[in-house]
Design a protein around this ligand. Structure first.
Ligand code: FAD
Length: 340
């Protein structure tokens, strides 16, 4: 997504702000729970000031729509469209894009909002290509209905993007739009319009191998303990990071160096090419603070860094720094926290 300041207006539908509406694609789990990142997308959509409609797809979408209706904070929702079909179960972009497009053909929809999740990231460029609009990716702030802020250069600069397109196709960084508690919605639930052009699916669902964990989800956890190359090996990672995370009820994260060295699974990677987190508390153990890692965690509310190099760049973003050997500091810290 380019961060150009102006875009060419398109004449696909008559721009008439009197009828401006926002459509949000809402993801849900197999058992009909709304994804946290989609609740953030709804929170962002409500800031646009237009009536909001949600689109849910997949065999659990009927149940998810009912949950969405009851969800505190859905007050701005006026309509929920449901495509309750197995065909949408795995959110293949090839299937979901034509479904979304069907609704977006209506010129009333001036904004389309999706979470910057794997699903959102795969739908948005396709919609952009089919509608011939430039998507605005990974926004972190809504200035007004046409002006958005998004990080560029791995989060080292912020671009304020003014968009004059009739339709704004937006993905949001979930951690920047906290879910607001409020009233439940009075939205009506209706069937999504049928897709007029059904194309042959070029991909096939083979299966999934989900890592089951009792820990909070890394992307939405309020506390994160993250380990870096300074932990030296997998054994130290497991024996120091895990107990500290347990004592805090925190999610576990890691740097790319730790992942590449085989200390932990790559689903734990935080950073430019990993997950973006913004917990209330982030503790980094043996992490230097490379810009690519900072891109994924520097919006954390309180950052604690433990490193034996006092010049490590992570100390420039840390609120609290402990300079010393993590092999001594971490067990002591864990023992003290366990006594609380
Ligand atoms: P290091 O930089 O090696 O730092 C280890 C730190 O541990 C040092 O500061 C050292 O002082 C400290 N240490 C060592 N021993 C001890 C001890 N006993 N006690 C206390 N401290 C100790 N990285 C990411 O994390 N996420 C990404 O998404 C990501 N994407 C990238 C994308 C691209 C295109 C590129 C080029 C790189 C990317 N990287 C990413 C890699 C990034 O540049 C760094 O290499 C990486 O973040 C470094 O990880 P680290 O801090 O664990 O390791």
């Amino acid at each position: 997504c380019r961060s150009s300041v102006s875009f060419q207006a398109k004449l696909l539908g008559k721009s008439n702000l009197r009828f401006a509406s926002t459509l949000v694609f809402v993801e849900s789990t197999k058992d009909g729970k709304i994804a946290q990142s989609s609740l953030s997308a709804l929170s962002a959509a409500s800031q646009l000031g237009n009536p909001v409609a949600a689109l849910l797809a997949g065999s659990a979408s009927g149940k998810a729509a009912e949950e969405l209706q009851k969800n505190p904070g859905s007050a701005s929702l006026q309509q929920i469209f449901v495509a309750e079909e197995h065909a949408y179960d795995h959110y293949f972009a090839e299937k979901v894009t034509p479904l979304t497009l069907e609704l977006l053909k209506d010129p009333e929809y001036t904004h389309f909002v999706v979470a910057g999740s794997a699903v959102g990231k795969s739908i948005l460029p396709r919609l952009g290509a089919l509608l011939d609009y430039q998507p605005i990716c990974d926004i972190t702030k809504i200035v007004d209905a046409t002006t958005f802020v998004r990080p560029i250069y791995a989060g080292n600069a912020l671009a304020t993007v003014k968009c004059s397109q009739d339709k704004k196709l937006i993905s949001v960084r979930a951690s920047s739009f906290p879910v607001t508690a409020g009233e439940a919605s009075t939205a009506s639930i209706s069937k999504a319009p049928p897709v007029s052009q059904v194309s042959e699916l070029a991909v096939k669902w083979e299966g999934e191998n989900l890592v089951k964990s009792a820990r909070p989800d890394l992307g939405s956890a309020s506390k994160v303990v993250s380990g870096g190359r300074g932990l030296k090996n997998k054994e130290t990672f497991d024996s120091l990071v895990t107990p500290l995370a347990d004592s805090l009820g925190a999610a576990i994260g890691a740097t790319r160096a730790a992942v590449d060295s085989g200390f932990c699974d790559n689903s734990l990677q935080i950073g430019q090419t990993g997950k973006v987190v913004a917990p209330d508390l982030y503790i980094g153990l043996g992490i230097s603070g490379a810009i690519q890692h900072l891109a994924g965690m520097k919006d954390s509310k309180v950052i604690v860094a433990i490193n034996n190099d006092q010049d490590a760049p992570i100390f420039q973003v840390a609120d609290y720094g402990l300079i010393g050997d993590l092999n001594e500091i971490v067990p002591e810290l864990t023992a003290k926290l366990s006594q609380i």
